[in-house]
Design a protein around this ligand. Structure first.
Ligand code: MCA
Ligand code: AMP
Length: 474
């Protein structure tokens, strides 16, 4: 297959990556990634300790050059979840930034420090190389029950989705993207880092999100912003009293939101303060990007645009104009790692991927997402979280007899994780913070309950199943 990153072969002195004060030109990135790729050649699979740093980007690019599949690890993953991911993906080594401390669970793996400094040698002309179906990334994503599953993303899917977005957004080497997303999910890693590199453009990562950081970069040459709705909500909140940031945002070529629905109210507030419309695209770890509003299209708050080039989309089991979004095309994953059962269940008999998202179509084909089939999936801050994994973690706590987890609307996070707990000892229930810290330490801080409500019993039906709808709000 043609190279994923053609600009690395004509590597010049244009900036490719910037993380805070540190940056690499294309020539420097080619040198560092080629040197590491030579070391990795022949490995089965490698994990990357995906901190928001230059080393993560260099490590992933090197593995892709070497044709070695990468498992990005959330550096805040708790014990139980990390053990599951390592056991399931069985990496041969872990790539990390020199000096970064790694948890005990990774001690048994060979560690490869990512060196960002090797100078470029004569660029090796790669012949052959991995084919389009070769796995490039394995990204873990939550389901309604059980631990996260590894979505195997082939090179073909990554190239397809990035080229479709380039078409939709007129994304060129002149674009400079600013973002502050984590690098262990599709949004931040594939769209946010591999996207600019495939175009021969530049990316500046802020390390951590702040409205001031975004505004500073947009005022200083950045042309595009990718963010989750929580980030745009925080931008909307701050713009009123901050005309300078409003001016910086107004100067952007493209403001793109994804990973969850951006409420129309926040769309309107940003448009009112900047005169610019945020556009949305809709994707999923397993499918990469399905739809998007085009740069030259009509922005329409509450919609995620039309199917991207190459994407077939249909609504299944439609009732009253609403049906499940199902998709087909070269942008799809190849399956869940070690889970043929789950892979089979994710597709219809005639080969369409079931997204679980419910939508209607505007007369001109714009997709309007109205909800999702599974109530046990929560989207908080743009992260997908399964109620079942949190319930299991809570049940491991000695102070918990029974637990049920739901999502409740939250202006900042979209949805907030709420835990309903029957304490083992009603006289001495565990502290709310203790349960949150327990979930953070076992799974991940973003999965921790933001609210805990204690009950004497969970509402159950005759079959003993918890009736989550009977759990009131507030
Ligand atoms: C708080 N923290 C804790 C605890 N409480 N740590 C351990 N134990 C605790 N009990 C830490 C957190 O780790 C974090 O540290 C800090 O305190 C704040 O945490 P939190 O309140 O959770 O963060 P936030 O401010 O609410 O974060 C908002 C956010 C974040 C920045 C918007 O939610 C985010 O980055 N979302 C992006 C999700 C994403 O990329 N989704 C894409 C997947 P520290 O401050 O040091 O970090 S979806 C996808 O890929 C598909 C394909 C798509 O369509 O895009
Ligand atoms: P994940 O499994 O973390 O990759 O998240 C994928 C899910 O995020 C999709 O199935 C949708 O429910 C949701 N999603 C992504 N983008 C959007 C969007 N622009 N609007 C609404 N929901 C979205």
């Amino acid at each position: 297959m043609s190279p994923l990153f053609p600009a690395l072969r004509t590597a010049d002195h244009k900036e490719a990556l910037r993380f805070g004060e540190r940056s690499l030109t294309y020539a420097e990135l080619a040198g560092a990634a080629d040197a590491l790729a030579a070391r990795l050649a022949g490995s089965g699979r490698v994990a990357v300790w995906a901190t928001p740093a230059l080393e993560t980007a260099v490590g992933v690019v090197a593995a892709l050059l070497a044709g070695v599949p990468v498992v990005p690890l959330n550096p805040r993953t708790g014990e139980r979840e990390l053990a599951h991911i390592l056991n399931d993906s069985a990496p041969d080594a872990v790539l990390a930034a020199p000096g970064d401390p790694l948890p005990a669970a990774l001690a048994a793996l060979p560690r490869i420090d990512v060196d960002t400094s090797p100078a470029r040698r004569a660029a090796p002309e790669r012949t052959g190389g991995p084919g389009p179906e070769a796995p490039a990334l394995i990204v873990y994503t939550s389901g309604t029950t059980g631990p996260p599953k590894g979505a195997v993303l082939p090179r073909r899917a990554i190239a397809t989705t990035l080229d479709a977005l380039a078409d939709a957004w007129a994304w060129t080497p002149d674009d400079v993207l600013v973002h502050a997303l984590p690098l262990f999910h599709v949004h931040g890693l594939i769209l946010g880092v591999l996207g600019p590199l495939r175009r021969g453009g530049s990316v500046r990562h802020l390390g951590a999100f702040s409205v001031a950081g975004v505004a500073r970069e947009l005022a200083d040459g950045a042309t595009m912003l990718f963010g989750v709705p929580t980030m745009y909500h925080r931008i909307a909140e701050s713009l009123d009293g901050d005309p300078e940031s409003a001016r910086s945002l107004a100067g952007a070529r493209l403001l793109v939101s994804g990973s969850a629905a951006l409420p129309v109210h926040d769309h309107r507030r940003i448009a009112a303060a900047t005169g610019r419309a945020v556009i949305e695209r809709y994707g999923m770890t397993e499918t990469l990007m399905n739809t998007g509003v085009r740069a030259d299209g009509e922005p329409r708050p509450g919609t995620v645009g039309r199917p991207l080039p190459g994407v077939e989309l249909r609504l299944a089991d439609e009732a009253d104009g609403i049906g499940e979004i199902q998709v087909r095309g070269p942008h799809l994953f190849s399956g869940y790692l070690n889970r043929p059962d789950a892979t089979a269940a994710a597709f219809t008999e005639d080969g369409w991927f079931r997204t679980g998202d419910l939508a209607s179509l505007d007369p001109d084909g714009y997709v309007r997402i109205v909800g999702r089939k599974a109530t046990d999936l929560i989207k908080s801050g743009g992260y997908k979280i399964g109620a079942g994994e949190i319930e299991n973690a809570l049940l491991d706590h000695p102070g918990v007899r029974e637990a049920a987890v739901t999502g409740e609307p939250d202006a900042d996070l979209g949805e907030r994780v709420v835990a309903w707990v029957v304490p083992a000892d009603p006289q001495a229930p565990p502290a709310e913070e203790e349960l949150a810290a327990h979930v953070a330490a076992q799974l991940s801080p973003h999965k921790r309950p933001r609210t805990v409500r204690f009950l004497s019993a969970l509402p159950r039906n005759d079959m003993g199943k918890v009736m989550k709808r009977a759990l009131g709000h507030g």
